[in-house]
Design a binder for this molecule. Sequence first.
Ligand code: ADP
Length: 606
Amino acid sequence: MAKKQFKAESKKLLDMMIHSVYTHKEIFLRELISNASDAIDKLHYISLTDGGVGLDRSDFFIKIDVDKDKRLLTVSDNGIGMTKEDLESNLGIIAKSGSLDFKKDINQGETKEQDIDIIGQFGVGFYSAFMVSDEVSVLSKAYGSDEAYLWKSSGADGYTITKAEREEVGTTIVLKIKQDGADENYGEFLEEYRLRSLVKKYSDYIRYPIKMDVEKSREVETDETDEDGEKKTKFETYVEEETLNSMVPIWQRTKKEVSDEECMTFYKENYYDYEDPVKVIRISAEGQVEYKAMLFIPAKAPYDFYTREFKKGLQLYSNGVMIMEKCEDLLPDHFRFVAGIVDSPDLSLNISRELLQHDRQLKIIAKYLEKRIREELEKLLKSDREKYEKFYGAFGRQLKYGVLADFGMNKESLENLLLFHSAKEDKLVSLKEYKDAMPEGQDSIYYATGNTVAKAKALPQAEQVLEKGYDMLCMTDEEDDFVINMLREYEGKNFLSVNEADLDLQTDEEKKELEKQADENKDLLDFVKESLGGKVAEVKISSKLKTHAVCLASTGGVSLEMEKYFDMIPGAEKPKAQRVLELNAGHSSFEALKNAFENDKEKAAK
Ligand code: ADP
């Protein structure tokens, strides 16, 4: 029979699995068990909501079998199973969206690091079986179908699907374990002790029993008697089916029972990340609504985080039964980077997605989670700056979007999580830190916008602020100006852009002097404005320039940075900033201009 070909990316990934130098080949078992558990979840859910399945909670199981002589390792489940089409589409291609994105990584050399990155990040699941097997076969019968099918493949050269027999609904996966190599002992995956410890290590919390026939020995009496007339005993071995896992989900256990490290391992295994999260949040609530939650704040953004493909949400369980893979309503958009699980016995299993949105209990949970996440982030900012900044590097932008969203509805709850680059300290500071460090006499929070910190600092207008001993925040992200506009003020201190026409930093004498200069030069200033033919709204003597000759400032609601931003958006309305040209009356070029104005207008205009 002709072999079907894997889709191109799948083939590459498969190739990589087969030739993997990845040291953690043992994870294949975890992946297969996790798939089996998901499949049981699905059927269990149907059995609870539909009733026609004929299976109870206690009937579900995952079974591991070993045939050492034939080098076969089998993982079977009585979950939902797969139809012929499912086998084709689930195992013939990689389901993960974004698989195309890492094609280029696969193409570039086969270093160990990269292997780990890819395997860890994308949780290649089923394909990991090929790291330890020469041949993999999947025999499956789907719920609601009378036919079973056998999928078989020995690697990148393709796969076959044939009609087959399987009594019950479910899936059986048989791995033909590779021969041992010089450095590699694949035979260990046929040893009871090894399999037992792998289940304990990676799959202990799986909520269905993972069973295996294990050899045990017991003491039995014999017919012979010893000198004292007592019956002699001997040891005999027998085989008994044992459940290897404790079946308590990790989020149901207390902090004493499960360390943060274990939670982090759980996170990495289940959320396609290879880095520890910066924070694990564990909640056990008993008030209005009873629930347990385990939340993770990742250290880095998933590759698709800032795209439309990314879906926020937490896994939602009711008493250990998964209701929804990604419940969006549990997380506000500004914390959409949070991953994790909520499990509440108070939620009804039969509830539809539409109704769930309006569920009172769910709303109470969501409200608390949002508060708690914020508090934990604030705590982290205080207690572990390095970690917080790592987090902020990944998700700071999301927090800023959060300030802007919904007409600033959440700005108060997010403002304390923001960091900006301080010109004086040359590091990130929070608004609170900025405010607390303000010297007496400083009334506003100064900031400058620029593509880079260096550019913001080099603005001619910045000089005066810094010279006064005031700090200045350097805003380098596109959205920063909008964020500041939305915040307006922080704890009673308003934000002032150094690009604004009037910073009001002068003493009374200086102000008088300025007015005098403005009066004296009124004709000149009018002349300059006229010569520029409407390009600027105003020309004035600068109050803020020190060593630079001129600068451009803005007045009114739209800043120069905002204008640039609007210009970039195709089709959008393009509001213009009102420009103010400021001239430094103390600069030699001003002297020259004045001279020309008095003696040679044409030259002056030029
Ligand atoms: P993932 O589990 O991350 O989606 P996998 O490559 O491990 O990726 O599996 C692909 C798909 O194959 C699963 O999403 C599931 O639909 C199906 N599948 C795998 N194993 C089983 C199983 N034991 N029973 C039913 N379906 C399965």
